[in-house]
Design a protein. Sequence first.
Length: 345
Amino acid sequence: MKYTTLPNTNVKVSKICLGSMTWGNQNTEAEGHAQLDYAFEQGVNFIDTAELYPVPATAETQGRTSKIIGTWLQKTGNRDKIVLASKIAGPGDYTAHIRTNGFSPDAIKSAVDAELERLQTDYIDLYQLHWPERQTNTFGIRDYKHNPNDPWQDNFKEILETLDEIIKAGKIRHVGLSNEKAWGTMRYMEESNKHDLPRPITIQNAYSLLNRPFEGDMAEVAIRENIGLLAYSPLGFGVLSGKYIKGTAADNARLKLFPRFARYSSEQSTEATKQYLELAESNGLTLAQMALAFVNQQPFITSNIIGATNLEQLKENIDSINVELSAEVLEKINVIHAVIPNPAP
């Protein structure tokens, strides 16, 4: 395993982070524990969850993923060997079953307390805002279109003040962002600098061969402001494993169970995936290995969040840390990207 540190801290994390959003829906508690055991044995010390999980989010399943992690931590006694990240869900119809008061002080405080109980721990290493409260282009929306009727009011400072209070209470150690844009990230930095408030150290955004908008403004923000990317969906809901093109996807594969998750399934995405598959195989690699190694090698990456529904997938994904793409392969990836850029924003 390779390791980095969370920016502006001395917290060492594995370059591969174990994602967990299938546990409690596609995966049982026993399967989640088996994945945790295997990943830990391979040197993975970084686990990411969220109060929303598992996905798809429902009132009946909400919080199950974190409970599975909590029972594993209690069973193994590994809490002090693990860097644990979680998130408070952003507002919207998708999360109205959790709460309707957004990132208000009461919302953040109660969310942290409930998550600590589920995780059976007294602190969370990295606590993230799952997506912005304001209306902006996230989750597959390509361009920003301003809505003058957006009811959101600027509360960046209030959010950081609340998080500061929770840090001082010892319940969280560091804060991060997720699904955030350049403007929002810089506003948090501005308030942090101006008022000596907690500074976001990571940003968890989608990033893959099919989704590279982060390389625009956000890459510069990440490098110059030292805020590390935690890349999620590096395999594009499994599309970049090649299993859907090859027809080898299992019956419990994400897009078979939940075909409405079509972010990575457009005609352009499918064509790009076919070309990436051909490139990988012509260089003696699986598509998953090439796709994950591409993410691992980016200079703005702190950790690559991988997920799996079985141990065979998990092994291949973790083993990607040992793959180093040549300059020639990277150049050919960029040739495909130039012709079919960001088909799944």
